[in-house]
Ligand binder design. Structure first.
Ligand SMILES: *Cc1c(COP(=O)(O)O)cnc(C)c1O
Length: 415
């Protein structure tokens, strides 16, 4: 990967360098700016951390230590002697600190987000066996729509897909028919937020169980699962959390529901005593019943390593930094390309956005490619959106400015 520096910008910036001074000033004021050096970015600007972030510089050493240490030393005994069996829960408890959850309610079973959603959603429907409807928002991430459709077919329920506005009014009008709801606190396209507290309260008022998909929030936006009275939640390990390509997902089950939830994936690691190897499934008493089978320990090592700086910094400073970077992006755009700012499809108010925002541009995919060629990673979403994500620990104000300048060139080039 080539490195790209400010001096490569072909023409003098229209702001006469004032924005660059401002970017450096803001980075200088924020101690979190120094954290970017801990990530392997090779001079590339990563504004797609809501898809996949860069690795931390220490990760190769972490793997090396694991392979040469516990694995080589303990072999199969490592499951007990090295604590591998506990990793889904110990890492779950670390994640819980980013989620406003007390210990013992989050687990990383070692599955994909999709599988974990399937498990949670069937369990939610089983808590309301007498109700016919499963409700989702039309703008949900595709896998959430597909999984909800399959769960509805499997359990003989009706899938209702509503627009953002229709979602709340359906609950108000037909709530007593709704067994379970899938909702997301951040729209994966526009970044627009949905309030966890009020939506959960609305679901509970009509007796429905709600499963929150936190994939686009975890690590960038504070959530308070315990005080927001959430029932079940799931989320990705590879987006802002930074656990690496295909990192396993997590599952939250509120303590009050744990004795009642009945997961369809009744694998032996969810058994109350897996190593008794009995013939019938007896679910573990706590969050362990959300586990499935032998967990992917190498992936858990990477996820664990990625979590450390996030937990050290804390979710509120992470959010503050992410929000500052997003606002600076919009300020730079306003000064250099007000026409593009007019194509913002995300809320202008940062309190109503998650960690990313999206612009509507023609030939979005070509613009994405052109930006990648200029060392700026973003992602396009069909048909005409480009998303910019502001991961707090490896993006700087100076990089944000560079991204806006390159965007200017890329949009012109693509037209
Ligand atoms: C990214 C994302 C997923 C991804 O599912 P995988 O099984 O990990 O591929 C699911 N749901 C939402 C809301 C997402 O943003």
């Amino acid at each position: 990967m080539t490195t790209h520096s400010e001096s490569e910008t072909t023409t003098a910036p229209p702001d006469g360098g004032l924005l660059l001074d401002e970017a450096r000033h803001r980075d200088g004021l924020d101690p979190l700016s120094a954290r970017a050096r801990d990530y392997v970015t090779d001079g590339t600007v990563h504004l797609n951390g809501n898809s996949l972030g860069p690795p931390r510089a220490g990760l190769p050493g972490e793997f090396e230590n694991f392979v040469r240490g516990p694995w080589a030393r303990s072999q199969v005994q490592g499951w007990f002697r090295e604590g591998w069996l506990d990793l889904p829960r110990t890492i779950g408890d670390k994640l819980a600190t980013l989620l406003g959850a007390a210990p013992g309610q989050v687990v990383v079973p070692g599955e994909t987000t999709s599988t974990t959603l399937f498990n949670a959603l069937v369990a939610a429907c089983r808590l309301r066996g007498d109700r016919p409807v499963l409700l989702v928002e039309a703008a949900s991430f595709p896998t959430d729509l597909y999984i909800a459709g399959s769960v509805a077919r499997l359990l003989g329920r009706e899938l209702v897909v509503e627009s953002r506005e229709g979602f709340d009014s359906f609950l108000s009008r037909n709530g007593s028919r709704v067994a379970a709801v899938v909702a997301a606190p951040v729209d994966f396209r526009t970044g627009e937020r949905r309030e966890i507290r009020s939506t959960t309260a609305l679901c509970h008022a009509v007796g429905a169980v709600v499963v929150w998909d936190l994939s686009h929030a975890t690590g960038a936006l504070p959530v308070e699962l315990d005080t927001e009275d959430v029932d079940l939640a799931i989320g990705c390990g590879y987006k802002y959390v930074g656990g690496g390509p295909g990192a396993p997902a997590f599952l939250y089950v509120a303590s009050r529901l744990q004795p009642a939830v009945d997961f369809p994936l009744s694998g032996w690691h969810g058994h109350t005593s897996p190593f008794a190897m009995g013939p019938t499934f007896e679910p573990a008493p706590g969050i362990d019943r959300g586990r499935t089978g032998t967990p992917p320990v190498l992936s858990l090592v990477a996820l664990n390593h990625a979590l450390d700086p996030l937990i050290e910094v804390g979710i509120h400073p992470l959010r503050r930094r992410s929000r500052d970077l997003g606002e600076f992006f919009l300020e730079c755009l306003e000064s250099s390309r007000p026409d593009l700012l007019g194509q913002l499809v995300s809320p202008r108010d940062p309190d109503r956005r998650g960690g990313h925002l999206a612009l509507r541009v023609p030939d979005a995919e070509k613009v994405e490619e052109a930006l990648a060629g200029r060392g700026v990673l973003v992602d396009s979403r069909p048909p005409d959106l480009i998303r910019f994500a502001f991961a707090p620990l490896y993006v700087t104000h100076e990089q944000v400015l560079r991204a806006v300048r390159e965007l200017d060139h890329a949009v012109n080039g693509a037209q």
